[in-house]
Write a protein that binds this ligand. Sequence first.
Ligand code: GAP
Length: 453
Amino acid sequence: MNPPIDSQRMEKIVSLCKRRGFIFQSSEIYGGLNGAWDYGPLGVELKRNLKNYWWRTMVHERDDVVGMDGAILTHPAVLKASGHVEGFSDPMIDCRTCKAHLRSDQLVDKKGVRQCPNCGGKDLTEARQFNLMFETHVGASAEESSVAYLRPETAQSIFTQFKNILEVSRKKLPFGIAQIGKAFRNEINPRNFTFRSREFEQMELEYFCRPEQGMELLEYWKEERLKFYENIGLSRANLHVLNVPDEDRAFYSKGTYDIEYDFPFGRQELEGVAYRTDYDLSQHQKASGKSLEYFGEETKERFIPHVVEPSAGVDRTVLAMICEAYAEDQAPNDKGEMESRIVLRFSPRMAPVKCAVFPLLKNKEQLVAKAKEIVALLRPHMAVFYDESGAIGRRYRRQDEIGTPFGVTVDFETFGEKDQALRDTVTLRDRDSMKQERVSIGELVKFLSSRIR
Ligand code: GAP
């Protein structure tokens, strides 16, 4: 059953993202550019942690995957061969009453009558195909200039570089090529915060194989990708797998799973895992006239490899992590009274700041100096934040709100004032349980590193 839509929760999340510097509207001071977003100091850390973890698990920890970083500007021949120039479009309908441009699947059906979701108008145009690609021109003068496209997916440069990468990496099937990078789509109606944007990032793997391995690898990658999402803190209960029915799949795909997530605005796609057969490489071989075949040493045959593609959205995954992490609960203030708090329960692996360091009082030089020493000790290993201003409870609260999993406080016990046994120890506070324990400064790096990796 689909979860209920919770627009209030989503509003709170959007507001927190702006207030604490995760995500801002792009060009905001000029009224904003629809479908474009800027990530602030905390958003960029979260995004980087996600991309680094994807790269680590999909490339560095495997023998069978190599990476690449392709150009965004794409030769039109590439996108003609892939079918994007002809067919990468959505059906668009205009509302004659409020002049809104709508994707046809966004219309509301009231007792069999289609209406505009914005104004309820029933005076609608026929559907027409709207190509989602951004076209641009390269070359200094008008005569020299020729059309190029901003890539609508990162995948195509992987296919067009397949032969070069095969040769330099000397990999044998099955093997994959991974890429993280920007993609652009002129979406008819960008919405749900960053969920549907016009500029976004993808994390894509094209995993090449023999034809008979395709269906099995589709299952394998679906499971691997589900594990990935659990490892970045999304709960299994909020993740769902949709086996895309034949009539909704691309004609060349023999099987596609959508990995979906229960966002506050509904269950929506996070990632597609598709068995694309040999469609892309065949198309590029045909159009370029260059062989994209693979020679199997064992069987002595030449053939075009098939491909299974797990394709994830960076921005959608960041948004899912924020939605999953957002919580409101009760926490004691400095007087021990319970207050409501906002907390982002990010997995420590993904949290933008891993550890905050506080001197108990900012006007005690000894405490401040020791806290700064600890910052210097931790900094080579993790993102750390130093904060000396305000009551300690308020400082904890500020860190809870940005999802910092650990807080270290230097107090008088650190100098063994009452108990020599506590000398060179600090209080370590856990964001979620709010429990505090004494940990020796010498143990801190090891203790924290094991929890954030
Ligand atoms: N190469 C296959 C491909 O691009 P897709 O399903 O169109 O497949 C893959 O896109 C992923 O890219 C989606 O699951 C989503 O996470 C992300 N994505 C696609 N369009 C997006 C948009 N307009 N805004 C944000 N993310 C988007």
